[in-house]
Design a protein around this ligand. Structure first.
Ligand code: ADP
Ligand code: GLC
Length: 482
């Protein structure tokens, strides 16, 4: 097997800067790919968190005029990862979220900021960094979507390109007058170029020009080719169907390891599940829930957004809390949803406990202390929290969409009899099916042995990056051989 060099291009990366699962994927895949003889260097914007974390940095290239200012391309290491970093203070030296200004709106110049990310990726793809000539440029989400387009405009040899869709709801759509500022010739503003319903579409451009398109589960790969799931891009995806595939995400089994997790009150393994009770108690204490080991405790770790279907939880709350059951929620995002869950915790003191904000340690404690994890998403490209839940013995209750459908085996009679069930699925993402799934889970939870089997099956499932990394390596190699 020939060793490969891959440039991964991403706007966020764990453990340095994260708003969602994209960061987890970008952070974990490089080391998993090393086992497949694939060397990955990741290109990220030089946000303050990245600049602070960067060690041993060296200047690879100095740009004099780069999207409105001076910039340098640096190489170095941070968070255990090999990085290229775009040090461009006029674009990235801003506090807080990578995407949002302090007023909660997108930064006005996001088109320029992420075109810069793609431009630097294309430059590295064409050999800007001596010593690392990528065989493949792997672009993640719309923020890297222009990279395949820039490369398609380049003269001379160029690397293969892979575009991965983590969430088709985010497409990077900007007004057409920006074309020149983004360094794109007028000839690219066509239906088979960057033009997207009269606008500039970053993801559209990537999907049009990448050699291969992947998304993060086989079911989502099918869903995005339908009118309902494609959010305007389904026609293009159907047209490029032979280049589209779905590769399930994994989780980093060193970061998510109940046997060694220092965020837990008590570590455990599948043969020692009683030890989880200490985590349940710690979680109840942390979120102001009644200290009671004998009530069912549901957990949620989520962005609070329309996608995640958490309004179903609010609508079905009385059914959920029946018999004294509890809800522990960690989330951030939509202010209205925060307000509603806040109210729920006031109306049901000791039964609903919430923390609004980002808290890595609490995310782990919820996985290690809850009995079941709720993921009632309206759509879900892959979803990582249900994988973490399985690994931590919290039984996932999920809607039957995208990667949730592909990763959780519903505890129906046949799956229970075959000893393979790992959770509960319901569909469609609506109140009645959701409430029915809760009732099914509650009944099985009372059967201690049956519940233990569900937990054990989940904990023994392979949710690591090993298999997906091999699939990515095969994909990279396949695009070089065509
Ligand atoms: P998405 O990327 O759509 O938000 P995923 O399930 O793929 O959904 O990934 C979410 C990731 O973010 C998981 O690692 C999860 O643990 C983490 N996460 C979500 N919300 C929070 C939060 N409020 N605090 C800490 N971690 C969170
Ligand atoms: C997106 C999706 C999520 C997926 C993650 C990582 O944020 O919403 O389902 O797991 O990307 O691929």
């Amino acid at each position: 097997m020939r060793p490969l060099n891959v440039l991964s291009v991403t706007s966020e990366i764990f453990p340095i800067i994260k708003t969602g699962g994209l960061a987890d994927v970008a952070g974990a895949l490089p080391s998993a790919l090393a086992a497949e003889d694939v060397t990955v260097i990741t290109l990220v914007p030089g946000y303050p968190a990245v600049m602070r974390a960067l060690e041993g940095s060296q200047v690879v290239h100095r740009y004099s005029g780069f999207f409105g200012g001076a910039a340098s391309l640096l190489s170095g290491r941070a968070g255990g990862l090999d990085l290229f970093v775009i040090d461009a203070p006029h674009l990235f030296d801003r506090p807080g979220s990578p995407y949002l200004a302090p007023d909660g709106q997108d930064w006005m110049d996001n088109a320029r900021r992420f075109a810069a990310l793609s431009r630097a990726a294309a430059d590295i793809g064409q050999g800007l960094a001596p010593g690392f000539v990528p065989d493949v440029v792997h672009a993640h989400d719309w923020q890297a979507g222009l990279a395949p387009l820039y490369l398609s405009l380049a003269e001379g040899p160029r690397p293969a390109t892979v575009m991965t869709i983590h969430n088709i709801a985010f497409q990077g759509v900007f007004p057409p007058y920006l074309l020149l500022e983004l360094g794109l010739p007028a000839s690219t503003f066509t239906i088979d170029g960057v033009e997207y319903y009269g606008q500039i579409g970053f993801l559209k451009a990537g999907l049009q020009h990448a050699d291969r398109i992947t998304t993060v589960s086989p079911t989502y790969a099918r869903e995005i080719q339908t009118r309902e799931g494609g959010m305007g891009l389904d026609g293009l995806l159907r047209f490029r169907s032979s280049a589209v595939s779905g590769i399930l995400n994994g989780i980093d089994d060193k970061v998510w390891d109940p046997f060694s997790d220092t965020n837990l009150a008590q570590t455990y393994d599948p043969d020692n599940l009683d030890a989880r009770m200490a985590n349940k108690a710690a979680l109840q204490k942390r979120l102001g829930l009644s200290q009671d080991p004998d009530v069912m405790l549901f957990g949620i770790v989520s962005r609070l957004s329309e996608q995640k279907g958490l309004d179903l939880v609010l609508a079905g709350l009385s059914r959920l809390l029946a018999g004294g059951a509890q809800l522990a929620l960690l989330g951030s995002g939509d202010r209205a949803l925060e307000g509603s869950f806040q109210t729920a915790s006031t109306v049901h003191p000791g039964q609903v406990g919430c923390f609004f904000g980002y808290d890595e340690g609490l995310a782990h404690l919820i996985q290690g202390g809850s009995d079941a994890l709720l993921v009632p998403s309206r759509f879900e490209p892959c979803g990582l929290t249900q994988l973490c839940a399985m690994r931590y013995g919290s039984v996932p209750i999920v809607s039957r969409v995208g990667g949730l459908a592909d990763t959780v085996i519903d505890a129906n009679e046949m799956a229970i009899a075959a000893g393979v069930a790992t959770g509960f699925q319901f569909g469609p993402a609506a109140l009645c099916p959701f409430a029915d799934a809760i009732d099914r889970a509650r009944i099985l939870w009372r059967d201690r042995q049956a519940w233990r089997r569900l937990q054990g099956n989940g904990m023994r499932s392979d949710v690591s990056w090993r298999r997906p990394a091999k699939q990515y390596a095969d994909l990279y190699r396949s695009c070089l051989s065509t």
